[in-house]
Design a protein around this ligand. Sequence first.
Ligand code: T46
Length: 134
Amino acid sequence: MEIKKYPLQMHGDERGHLVSLEELKDVPFEIKRVYFMFDTREGFVRGKHAHKSLEQLLVCVHGSVNILLDDGKEKTNVILDNPYEGLYIANNMWREMSEFSEHAVLMVFASKYYDEDDYIRDYDEFLKFVGVKK
Ligand code: T46
């Protein structure tokens, strides 16, 4: 499975660091929505779904988090632990976020507005969607 990690524009000087993201440059789609999650409790797993059409770029702006990516044939774990790197996740990918470090903040740039109908929350339905037989 190809993991698409993008380096982000980092502008550091003696005052500290600044990271900037521009749509269609650092983020490979037009940004319609930004959300972030924080205070994720130890032992909890978020995600556990895929999307029919949504594309996203995940940036762990503080701390670290493990992202499990599953295309129906192969599973890969990716650790996000720096704020100047974005992980691109295409629509047809099952994702699970776990092992959030204390005070971790995971920011997500999304290509569409929130739409519950775009979610595939059932794993068997996901396999059908990506054309993989059980
Ligand atoms: C994804 C992963 C990486 C909204 O009302 N608007 C929003 O934009 C979002 C993202 C969520 N919500 C509501 C829906 C639920 O009642 O917030 C609640 C928590 O959402 P959810 O359980 O879907 O959160 P995660 O962390 O499991 O998944 C999220 C995104 O939903 C999903 O698209 O790919 O992060």
